[in-house]
Design a protein around this ligand. Structure first.
Ligand SMILES: [Zn+2]
Length: 250
């Protein structure tokens, strides 16, 4: 268990999440990251994807270090586990068994899965980074907490190695017995960005409390290449911030 002091201001109370019942669950309509089913057309694919076009609190966004926030606590309580590694046609995802959770804003969110994007979805002061990991959590009420971590070239990461070594090369699932420690994919002593947003894939439901870490985590260039061979381009472009507050601080 790691305790991290993180910034979340009193303005958090002003965030209003979309209906917790909005479906983020599997919707099998085909979509992609380019061409006629690409991000600019997601809202036309079906009425259940309407938020992708008309939503006012969409993700990802460009993050700027402007609104300093009062510190608040985020506490990650993840156990090491042998993941179920899924190639779902849009990304490589590692499903977590029950038992890992994060407490944020005094509320418990259970870890469901993590997955990756190449290149990053959020940008930092307009700059896109090589990769981004998303740790998806869900509360008992149905709203989501996603922790976003930028991945940059450097030392290899053992957890990512286990996931990539076991990733099916086409759509499919593989159960892995070897336990991985996901906390090695979260930076220590990092400031965070905090804002209210959405899923970055259809149906783009606006039910996500986003926490994105300012400091990146290193993975090896070979690991980035290995992921990019499977998914060279699985990021949604940044969306308008509109009138949202983006809080930043330690
Ligand atoms: Zn994601």
């Amino acid at each position: 268990m790691k305790l991290r002091d993180h910034a979340v201001g009193t303005a958090v109370a002003a965030f209003v999440f979309g209906a917790a019942t909005a479906g983020y669950a599997a919707e099998d309509r085909e979509w992609s990251y380019e061409g006629p089913k690409g991000p600019e057309h997601w809202s036309e694919i079906g009425s259940e994807f309407a938020a992708c076009g008309s939503g006012r609190e969409q993700s990802p966004i460009d993050l700027q270090r402007t609104h300093a926030a009062e510190p608040e606590e985020i506490e990650i309580s993840w156990q090491a586990f042998g993941p179920e590694v899924v190639n779902n046609g849009h990304t490589i995802q590692a499903n977590a068994p029950a038992g890992s959770y994060t407490t944020f804003d005094g509320k418990r969110y259970d870890l469901l899965q993590l997955h990756f994007h190449h290149k990053s979805e959020h940008t930092l002061d307009g700059k896109q980074l090589p990769m981004e990991a998303h740790f998806v959590h869900k509360s008992a009420q149905g709203d989501l907490l996603v922790l976003g971590v930028f991945l940059v070239p450097g030392q290899a990461n053992g957890a990512l190695r286990t996931i990539l070594d076991n990733a099916p090369q086409s759509k499919g699932t593989r159960k892995v017995e070897a336990a991985i420690d996901l906390e090695t994919l979260v930076p220590d002593d990092s400031a965070i960005f905090r804002y209210a947003g959405s899923l970055t894939t259809p149906p783009c439901s606006e039910i996500v409390s986003w926490v994105v870490y300012d400091r990146p985590v290193e993975v090896s260039p070979v690991q980035i290449e290995a992921f990019a061979e499977l998914y060279p381009n699985n990021f949604r472009p940044t969306q308008s911030t509109n009138r949202r507050f983006i809080l930043f601080g330690f």
